[in-house]
Write a protein that binds this ligand. Sequence first.
Ligand SMILES: *[C@@H]1O[C@H](CO)[C@@H](O)[C@H](O)[C@H]1NC(C)=O
Ligand SMILES: *[C@@H]1O[C@H](CO)[C@@H](O)[C@H](O)[C@H]1NC(C)=O
Length: 412
Amino acid sequence: MWEAGAFLSIDVVEAALSAAMGPWRCLLLLPLLAPALRAQQQQFMEYVERRLTLLEERISQWYEQSSRYSSELRDFKNQVLGMLETAEKEREALRAEAEAAAVRMERLEREVDYLETQNPAPPCLEVDEALMEKQVATAKQRKNEKYSKVTDCSDTIGSIRAMKILKRFGSSSGLWTKDAAGSTEKIYVLDGTANDTVYVFPRMREFTLFSATRKAARIKLPYPWVGTGHLVYDGHLYYIRQQGSFQVIKFNLANKTVVDSSVFPAEEQIPVFGLSPFTYIEMAADEEGLWAIYATKEDEKNICLAKLDPSSLDIEQMWDTPCPRENAEGAFVVCGALHVVYNTRLPSRSRVQCVFDVSGTLSPDDASLVYFPKRYGSHSSLKYSPRERQLYAWDDGYQIIYRMEMKKKLEL
Ligand SMILES: *[C@@H]1O[C@H](CO)[C@@H](O)[C@H](O)[C@H]1NC(C)=O
Ligand SMILES: *[C@@H]1O[C@H](CO)[C@@H](O)[C@H](O)[C@H]1NC(C)=O
């Protein structure tokens, strides 16, 4: 380095001199100027050497620094690589653990399902016994007084035989149903808990095939509905309107006119199901006709039931049932027996856990506990079709059909 610097500096001086004077002048002046030039050259050499030494020092400093940086960088890279490797290993372990937990969970659920079918818990566990007896007695008394209809319908639900998820449509709450009494294949959809437009699909196929509502006719109702307790029965939509008090509107779906309406004769109504606070009156159809399920402040713990005349909307009879409102998410009537479906606030498995039979054949104690299969969220509606013996359910925006296995009430 040093040697090269010296050579370089002489070359530089010579080059500078020759550039300044030209080679022939240099030759002429050389004898005269030689001593002065030598002194200058000497000074210049010293100057260049000083600069070079400085430069060298700086270069060696840079070199040192950069090699330190690069070794630090290498160390850091190795460290990061090591950390990544550990993280990857830990992630694998976590995933394996999560998978194992899921498998265990599923097995447990199956076991619980099995145990539930083997040892059904007694229904209406939370009901005060004395209160229940009193209420059943009053209901029976009222029944003996007024309710004289005798039918040969003697079935009750044995179990949920199958579940079919048809599609996902609309908002998280709503209802879908066929006509509970007529023979039409039409599917009626009331999306949401407050609206005025009913979708009518010609058949199940159109409802399930198309994601849009292209294949649906729309019927605009004269007043908006409230809740999910409405019913299609024998060509009419029976729906609930709130205008201060609650009204049942009977709407003819063929000529799209209001045929009748009546103020529901209960005072101080409260939401009928604890877990579905948007519904105040649930209209239901069974093998015997039309029912309304509701609740009032007077007995705010339990659910009430009324039998309705489908043509006049008159109430034929009312019952206080022993079925609690708390944790109820829906209800339906099968062969004159109210079946209330319960869940928990954080949705788990729904179950029919309280049954009230107006004929008195089924006592709440001997009704079997019926569990629904595992689902998405909570049922915002459960519509029983007496014609098909199945339930049309709206579960957090999913439309589901539950097929039911029936059995005779007396075989219990
Ligand atoms: C009914 O629902 C539709 C679509 O969800 C919405 O656009 C419309 O505003 C609703 N109508 C009423 C009266 O709430
Ligand atoms: C609609 O049909 C119902 C039942 O068939 C009938 O009573 C009513 O008069 C009809 N209304 C109109 C406007 O045609």
